[in-house]
Design a protein around this ligand. Structure first.
Ligand code: IMP
Ligand code: MG
Length: 180
């Protein structure tokens, strides 16, 4: 088991499994009809997934524009409170097909907020790609159009995802099991 910061991490999705899945996702995305595709990565957690997915999308023949939005909940910790935009996109989504990319879809509050925001700005369509889906945790009426993996009901880290700002750099997704 990898040990990082003195903690043993159980690997849930390996770097190679994620890379393979990203190529499949990109092909699924490319098989849909998009006009003037605008990809929006929801920071911070999606930064690694988005970086890999947009390059896989290029390999699948797509040429999107890429933007970033930072959405944060007022509350701290691992649950989502009230949401707000900390840093907005620079482009206008009006009339465009938007693809939101997030690391993990849990309660759905974050992605529903982002989707409603882009629709209110006149996006032609808004679809959602998430690396991980914790369906059992859903509270808002939203589903992803493209899902990397169904995620067990554990707090996961790595591949962009953190606990207390740590572990984002891991090339895999894992569970912190305890002191090594
Ligand atoms: P939602 O609004 O409840 O769907 O929250 C989703 C966001 O919470 C994700 O984009 C992550 O940033 C964060 N999150 C949810 N579950 C986890 C987890 O297991 N590990 C790390 N971050 C998580
Ligand atoms: Mg996130």
């Amino acid at each position: 088991m990898p040990v990082v910061r003195g903690k043993a991490i159980e690997v849930l999705f390996s770097a190679s499994a994620i890379a393979r899945r990203n190529l499949e996702l990109a092909k699924e995305i490319a098989s849909r009809d998009h006009q003037d595709l605008l990809v929006i990565a929801i920071l911070k957690g999606s930064f690694v997934f988005a970086a890999d997915l947009v390059r896989a999308m290029h390999d699948a023949g797509l040429a999107p524009e890429v933007e970033f939005i930072t959405i944060s909940s007022y509350g701290s910790g691992t649950t989502s409170g009230e949401l707000r935009v900390l840093r907005d996109i620079d482009s206008d989504p009006k009339g465009r097909d938007v693809l939101l990319i997030d690391d993990i879809l849990e309660s759905g509050k974050t992605l529903k907020y982002a989707r409603d925001l882009m629709l209110s700005r006149g996006a032609n369509s808004v679809s959602v790609a998430t690396l991980l889906d914790k369906r059992m945790r859903r509270k808002s009426a939203i589903d992803a159009d493209f899902v990397g993996f169904d995620c067990p009901d554990h707090f996961v880290v790595g591949y962009g995802m953190d606990v207390g700002h740590a572990f984002r750099e891991l090339p895999f997704v894992g569970i912190v099991t305890g002191d090594a």
